[in-house]
Ligand binder design. Structure first.
Ligand SMILES: O=C(O)[C@H](O)[C@@H](O)[C@H](O)[C@H](O)COP(=O)(O)O
Length: 250
């Protein structure tokens, strides 16, 4: 893992947005398209706002970016808890994305509605099928250009919590029930799917993340610390602020 420390959360979001724009531009220069996996969480959404505010925003051809999510809360489609809604408000509603390339994780159906699923397992199976449909030959999931992950104070990433069934899962997408952090029902990518990404960027700001960052840097295992399994094929970046880096031993 490469640790890149910024002075504070505001500069972290700005610097990560510049890095993200450049990485998407690079991918599009090579292949004409790019793929990005988004995260929820305060700093993950601040990053998207910083992308929107960037003078280089239009350097990316947003109509040629596949947008995925690392996890989603299994709540109704219009719930403000949905990572998707937050990402749309912060960025996606303001750039010319191609809706056919925006891959939302299925929501909990409203009563009698056909706008979602009744069980998170159904949403997980649907997402696995969408990933498979966009995977290269012989793979179950795409080789995402950038996969963004926030991190919880105890080291969870996506909706993979320490010592939970999701931390042992081998299928590409899982339903998570009884999540220690509300809401209890969620859908999450798993380690094998995360590790298919070319670049994985863990972003964390604040002193409450310092123990998790220090544990990862000290070599914690993936059952104790899910963030330890968040590795990319080409690069694994930890984009953090000084407070989050404060307990890393020299
Ligand atoms: O699904 C969730 O409950 C959150 O999205 C969570 O996984 C978040 O990404 C991290 O806890 C970091 O969040 P902050 O950046 O807000 O600390």
């Amino acid at each position: 893992m490469e640790l890149i420390v910024h002075p504070d959360a505001g500069l972290l979001a700005k610097a990560a947005s510049a890095r993200l724009i450049t990485t998407l531009v690079d991918a599009q220069a090579r292949r004409g398209e790019a793929s990005l996996v988004l995260t929820g969480g305060g700093i993950g959404i601040a990053l998207l706002r910083a992308v929107l505010a960037s003078p280089a925003l239009e350097a990316v051809n947003w109509s040629k970016v596949d947008i995925w999510w690392g996890d989603e809360r299994f709540v109704p489609a219009d719930s403000p808890d949905r990572n998707v809604l937050q990402a749309r408000e912060a960025l996606l509603a303001h750039v010319p994305v191609d809706e056919k390339r925006v891959f939302e994780i299925g929501a909990l159906a409203s009563e009698g509605g056909a706008d979602g699923y009744t069980e998170p397992e159904q949403a997980a199976a649907d997402y696995a099928a969408q990933l498979a449909a966009h995977a290269p030959d012989g793979a179950l999931v795409p080789a995402f250009d950038v996969l963004l992950l926030g991190i919880g104070p105890e080291g969870h990433v996506a909706s993979i919590f320490p010592h939970s069934p999701a931390a042992r899962a081998t299928e590409p997408v899982v339903a998570v029930r009884e999540s220690p952090k509300p809401p209890p029902n969620r859908v999450s990518l798993t380690y094998p799917t995360i590790q298919a990404a070319r670049q994985v960027w863990v972003i964390a700001a604040g002193e409450e993340k310092a123990d998790a960052v220090a544990a990862a840097a000290a070599g914690a295992g993936p059952l104790d610390l899910p963030a330890a399994a968040a590795t990319g094929r080409d690069r694994t970046l930890w984009l953090i602020d000084r407070a989050a880096a404060s307990r890393v031993s020299a």
